[in-house]
Structures are given as structure tokens and as C-alpha cells.
Write a protein that binds this ligand. Structure first.
Ligand code: ASP
Length: 346
């Protein structure tokens, strides 16, 4: 311990503290403050920054123009709400929850209202939230009557000693917390119903994703991530994906980045995708874009999905290896854009 302290003291007394020393200091777990920044990081710090996603997958370029306009409009509205809130000084944690709630209430997305159908014709919802300040996190899986699972996840984080509650237990906790409840038919939409019918007929696993997620860096330099989903169409046997598995679909650490993922949950769990991006930044000193691209291009396989991520300086990464990803990015430097396919929409 004494030897460690003297190593750190020596490093600190060096006039020009090298990035390597800073990284070693962070890796030793000696600091929980903002991350030492990668020298590969040229952008000036953004005071606040936010990214949203509405799912990644095969998104037909011939999509009905009205439907496309609805997605673009919803992403813009989510981004505007998040940007306004962050610019007004709201904490990242509040903003990611607030924006995910709006997306959960929007029947376009596979989260909250609009969630996909299970094999049995029910809806089972998963969500997770994480606070980059101290790795506090909460998640729920397979909940059936909670209107906004993301808020229940936040209550798990703040009002229980646990991280993940599932099924009936999570519902009982929801009773105690008095969260808003709805009947299962609240989640119904024609689009998801038809997708379920097609899945029942075809035996083919459906690519009906549209999970939602938000990551943010607030004006205080804190990071947060939130993700919410109905999972996969026609899922059975209590299948749970990556979204409520902290480190797989959702992660936030002020020292590195906040991440929200979307795609084939099983792959994201196997590769612990969100935490791996954070770990690459921590151990390898990579910038957030390099780390996110490495995991999306090299760790995962084409067609698996995508991530949004933000680092301590407000740099954003939006990476995907699917045909498209509904997404948006905004920051205090004036960035404000939404996209579906490779190019951003004009
Ligand atoms: N990752 C989600 C899951 O596997 C689905 C998605 O993102 O579309 O449950």
C-alpha cells in the first residue's frame, strides 16, 4: 500500500504528467473522477452531449415515406427534449430517463407502448439505467404491467439494495413503489401484432427490433445511460436479452463512457459489449469512437447491431454493423442530426 502511494506520489510530482501515468493511475482504481482523456481525442470538450437510438437492424430503404417521417420526427423530438434539458443544467441521469420515457410512450418503438409480442401473445419488457458517477445501476426484466420500465429500473437503483429484478418480483416491487400500471393491451399495436403473426407462420426469427436507448454527458461532466425494450418478437421461455444485463446492453462510468446498445441481445451478452467499449478506453487508452468501432467491426459480426456512446468530454460515437440504426446526436457545439442509414438525414 505504502509502495503504491509512493509510486502515485512520484508520478504526481512529475511536472509533465504523462498520459501513460494517468492511465496507470486510473487502472489502479485510485481515481473515480472524470477519465484521463486519450491523446487521440482532438475535439474540443462539449459542455453537454446526447445520443439517442431507436434500434438497429435491416431497415428497408424503400420504407414507406410516412413511416420514415414518423421515425425521423420522433428521433428529432427526443433529441430536442434531451438537448433542452441538458442545456438547462439537468443531470444526465434525469435526462436519459426522461427521454427514454417519451420513447417508451411512443408506439413506433419496441419499448413500453409498441413492445413486441412474445410467443404466447403477451408483452415482456426489459430496461436498465446506469449512473456514471459511481457505477450505481438498476434494471428490470420481463415486466408485464409497468407503463415505463425505465423508471422502475431507476427505482431498483435508488430504492433497493439490488441491481436486477425480474418478472413477478419486479412487479411486486413496482407495487411498493406505486409506479403507473397498465393492462397488457396498452402495449398492443397492429404492426407488432402482424409481425408476431408472421413469426408464428414462418418459424423465422423476426428482425423487429426498435429498442430505444439514450446516453448523455451533462454540464457537470457526469455520464448516464438508459435502454428499454420489448425484446425479440416471438421470444419464449422467459428469454431476456442484453438490455437489462449491465455491461452488455447498458453501461456508464464517468472515467470512460456511457453506452446503450441495440441488436442481437445474445451476441451483446456474450461479448459484454457495453463494458468492453469502456474497458478498451480504460486499458488501451482508446477514444470513444475508436473503441466503439473496434467492438462493432471486429468483436461483433455484420448484422449484429449497434451502439451509441458518449465520453467524459462529450465526444459521441454512433456505430452499427446493420443496414441501419435509427439514431440522433446533439451537443453544445451546435451538432444536431438524426439518421437511419449510413448517411445522416438532411
Ligand atoms: N437487444 C434487444 C434484445 O435482444 C433487441 C434490440 O435491440 O432490438 O432484447
Amino acid at each position: 500500500m505504502r509502495a503504491n502511494r509512493s509510486i502515485v506520489a512520484a508520478a504526481l510530482s512529475t511536472a509533465a504528467l504523462s498520459t501513460a501515468a494517468l492511465l496507470a493511475f486510473a487502472c489502479a482504481g485510485a481515481s473515480r473522477g472524470p477519465a484521463p482523456l486519450s491523446p487521440a481525442d482532438p475535439a474540443p470538450p462539449a459542455e453537454w452531449a446526447i445520443a439517442v437510438h431507436g434500434g438497429a437492424g435491416t431497415i428497408d430503404r424503400g420504407i414507406d415515406p410516412q413511416r420514415k417521417a414518423a421515425y425521423v420526427g420522433a428521433l428529432r423530438a427526443a433529441l430536442e427534449l434531451g438537448s433542452r434539458s441538458l442545456a438547462a443544467g439537468e443531470p444526465a441521469l434525469d435526462v436519459v430517463e426522461k427521454v427514454v420515457r417519451v420513447l417508451e410512450d411512443d408506439p413506433l418503438f419496441n419499448a413500453g407502448r409498441g413492445a413486441v409480442y412474445t410467443h404466447e401473445g403477451t408483452h415482456e419488457l426489459d430496461a436498465a439505467i446506469m449512473d456514471g458517477r459511481g457505477l450505481a445501476t438498476g434494471a428490470v426484466a420481463a415486466v408485464k404491467t409497468v407503463r415505463n420500465p425505465i423508471s422502475l429500473a431507476r427505482l431498483v437503483m435508488e430504492r433497493s439494495p439490488h441491481v436486477l429484478l425480474v418478472g413477478d418480483g419486479a412487479e411486486a416491487f413496482g407495487d411498493e413503489m406505486k409506479v403507473e400500471r397498465v393492462a397488457q393491451d396498452y402495449f398492443h399495436t397492429e404492426t407488432r401484432y402482424e409481425a408476431w403473426q408472421r413469426a408464428l407462420d414462418s418459424e423465422r426469427r423476426q428482425e423487429d427490433r426498435d429498442t430505444v436507448g439514450v446516453v448523455a454527458r451533462d454540464v457537470f461532466g457526469n455520464l448516464a445511460a438508459a435502454t428499454s425494450t420489448g425484446g425479440l418478437t416471438d421470444k419464449r421461455f422467459g428469454r431476456v436479452g442484453d438490455v437489462p444485463i449491465v455491461g452488455a446492453g447498458t453501461y456508464a462510468d464517468n472515467r470512460t463512457c456511457a453506452v446503450s446498445a441495440t441488436g442481437k441481445g445474445e451476441e451483446f451478452i456474450r461479448h459484454n459489449v457495453a463494458h468492453t467499449i469502456s474497458a478498451r478506453m480504460d486499458f488501451l487508452g482508446e477514444g470513444v469512437e475508436t473503441a466503439a468501432e473496434a467492438v462493432i467491426r471486429r468483436t461483433l459480426r455484420p448484422g449484429d447491431g449497434g451502439v451509441i456512446a458518449v465520453d467524459a468530454r462529450g465526444n459521441l460515437a454512433l456505430a452499427f454493423n446493420t443496414q441501419g440504426m435509427y439514431r440522433g446526436a446533439a451537443d453544445a457545439n451546435g451538432r444536431f442530426e438524426v439518421g437511419i442509414w449510413e448517411k445522416w438525414e438532411r
